[in-house]
Write a protein that binds this ligand. Structure first.
Ligand code: SAH
Length: 248
């Protein structure tokens, strides 16, 4: 089964863009994933092909029209009924590696890219659309966000990354940041590679990497660390917790 990506955009020429080169580009050439773009403007109902209008209540910028967006979404969904529809918006749920894994395991994804001030809010009531953010930053359009999400999915598809890196040791996969990497030369500008990595002692190396991974996560991402240690504590006290619950 080929992972099928459909992008709803006012700028289809932005695709495949960076996904046409390297790993993703090769996989695209080999048919490991497919890409289709839908020009949102083709679903405008008027002679001028209008896709946006001024914001109700006033203010700067333009808002993408719900009727035009709905027609574009319905078109994509008819072509690929099983693919989830993701709308790119800073107001959405932050994307996670766990969600990326789910998407990559499915039939594909349809991604709606906003522009200007964004979407008429009613589209999220009228259509089954998942609002997704790629971080607490504001882009000028949803296209780079869509490229990010696709890139993250594509590298997980079977046969894309090769056996060497199944991706399971990577940042976020265990709820932690990854340990640091080093490569030759052994000394660079007076800085050396940590001795343990040259010891050849695999158990020691694994322990060092785990400790680094935990230290870095605790220091750099207290939010991730809190969630990680919460899960760990819960599973350690899982049996006791269950007994307490039953007693209530
Ligand atoms: N007025 C909006 C921002 C619009 S930016 C607000 O303040 O929330 C224009 C478009 O860029 C959005 O419709 C969305 O599709 C895309 N975009 C911007 N930032 C994004 C982010 N962090 N994640 C996903 N999409 C984003």
């Amino acid at each position: 089964m080929t992972f099928a990506a459909t992008i709803l955009t006012l700028y289809p020429e932005m695709f495949p863009g960076p996904l046409g080169v390297s790993l993703a580009g090769r996989a695209l050439d080999e048919g490991k994933w497919s890409l289709g773009t839908v020009q949102i403007r083709d679903f405008a109902a008027d002679r001028h092909r209008t896709v946006d209008d001024t914001p109700a209540g006033g203010g700067a910028g333009m808002v993408l029209k719900a009727d035009v967006l709905a027609a574009a979404i319905d078109h994509a969904r008819a072509a690929q009924p099983d693919a989830p529809v993701l709308a790119m918006t800073p107001r959405g749920k932050p994307i996670s590696q766990a969600r990326i894994r789910e998407l990559a395991a499915g039939p594909g994804v349809t991604i709606l890219c906003g522009r200007f001030e964004g979407f008429d809010e009613r589209i999220f009531e009228g259509r089954d659309v998942e609002e997704v953010s790629v971080g607490d930053i504001v882009l000028s359009g949803g296209e780079p966000a869509a490229l990010m999400i696709l890139d993250a999915c594509i590298r997980l598809l079977p046969g894309v990354m090769g056996a060497a890196s199944s991706g399971t040791e990577e940042s976020f996969e265990e709820g932690l940041l990854e340990y640091p990497h080093y490569t030759r030369p052994q000394e660079w500008e007076g800085r050396t590679i940590p001795e343990v990595l040259r010891s050849g002692d695999h158990a020691k190396i694994a322990a060092w990497r785990k400790a680094m991974s935990e230290d870095h996560t605790r220091l750099r991402r207290p939010d991730l660390w809190e969630r990680h240690s919460g899960v760990r504590d819960r599973s350690a006290s899982g049996a006791r917790q269950e007994n307490e619950d039953q007693g209530q």
